[in-house]
Write a protein that binds this ligand. Structure first.
Ligand code: NDP
Length: 292
């Protein structure tokens, strides 16, 4: 069993991005600039956004954080999006989800100019991705592609089973693995809560990508010998011995699955590590005009 180590990989990519910034500076070019819009006080969102902004600073990108209270009007938020669309210094921006209930998330996402949509949530980016055209790919699937590439995991002709069909993880992941590209060219099955016999599918899989949101849900008996496991899940489980009273586990029961797997991502220290790095990679692409 080998570990697909997100922590080591993310550190390496951050170094590469920092080197790219140094090069841009030496040539007198424009420093990549990411903006993030954070609405309200949701603790998880605050942590995510803080991470994104800090990561920008660490590698030498410019970053701008725009905060508004939870009762901000939809019109004001759409106004901010429009300003960011127009601001020539901003290469890309994100609006952290979820938004408060009185705001229509779809309306906000649609208002973002696709060329600056480094989260890859706009349907134009999703459509371009699905057609194999240059596009911003959502951070988590983008990070998984990078991980498969860098560890040289073969995907062509493989049976890939994706469990989960969310717009930000499962569905784009399934599409990407089926595309005529590397990593891709796989035979893909997308499973979800209405799948009749999940284990019947996962047992056939050469690669399992789990994005379910249920702790330790996939166990060794559901897997075949030699399987590659990409565990996207981040779940809190109570643990009296842990300093905070809980610990993080994936959607895959790591200890049992590791007995069957040829490669496996740990949680924490796997896919999650690459998510922020992916956003930075997209921002660099945006500043270089590589997608649009
Ligand atoms: P969603 O809740 O949006 O989607 C979960 C998917 O799992 C749904 O498609 C759902 O099916 C499916 N599902 C639920 N129960 C079952 C079941 N019993 N059998 C089969 N399928 C099931 O979650 P996300 O895609 O946003 O996230 C998934 C996990 O990944 C979460 O743990 C989340 O915390 C984590 N995550 C991690 C990230 C990272 O950076 N590592 C980034 C984003 C998410 P249905 O569609 O039928 O409801």
């Amino acid at each position: 069993m080998n570990i697909l180590d997100g922590k080591i990989l993310a550190a390496k990519i951050r170094e590469e991005l920092a080197a790219a910034v140094e090069e841009i500076k030496a040539e007198g070019g424009k420093i990549p600039h990411l903006a993030a819009v954070l609405v309200g006080e949701d603790p998880a969102s605050q942590v995510y956004v803080r991470n994104k902004v800090r990561s920008c600073e660490k590698i030498g990108f410019k970053s701008t954080l725009i905060r508004r209270p939870a009762d901000v009007s939809e019109d004001e938020l759409l106004g901010i999006v429009e300003e960011l669309n127009q601001d020539e210094d901003i290469d890309g921006f994100i609006v952290q989800l979820p938004l408060p209930e009185h705001i229509d998330e779809n309306r906000v996402t649609l208002a973002i100019q696709p060329g600056k949509d480094v989260d890859g949530f706009h349907p134009v980016n999703f459509g371009r991705m699905a057609q194999g055209l240059p596009a911003y790919i959502p951070a988590t699937p983008n990070g998984i592609l990078e991980m498969l590439k860098r560890y040289e995991i073969e995907t062509a002709g493989k049976e890939v089973v994706v469990v989960g069909r969310s717009n930000i993880v499962g569905m784009p992941m399934g599409i990407l693995m089926a595309l005529k590209a590397y990593p891709g060219n796989a035979t893909v099955t997308i499973c979800h809560s209405r799948t009749r016999d999940l284990a019947e599918h996962t047992r056939r899989a050469d690669i399992v990508i789990a994005a379910i949101g249920r702790p330790n849900f996939i166990t060794a008996d559901m897997l075949k010998e030699g399987v590659v496991i990409v565990d996207v899940g981040i779940n809190r489980v109570d643990d009296e011995d842990a300093p905070r009273g809980y610990r993080l586990v994936g959607d895959v029961d790591f200890d049992s699955a590791a007995t069957k797997a040829s490669w496996i991502t740990p949680v924490p220290g796997g896919v999650g590590q690459l998510t922020v790095v992916s956003l930075l990679m997209n921002t660099l692409k945006a500043s270089r005009g590589e997608v649009y």
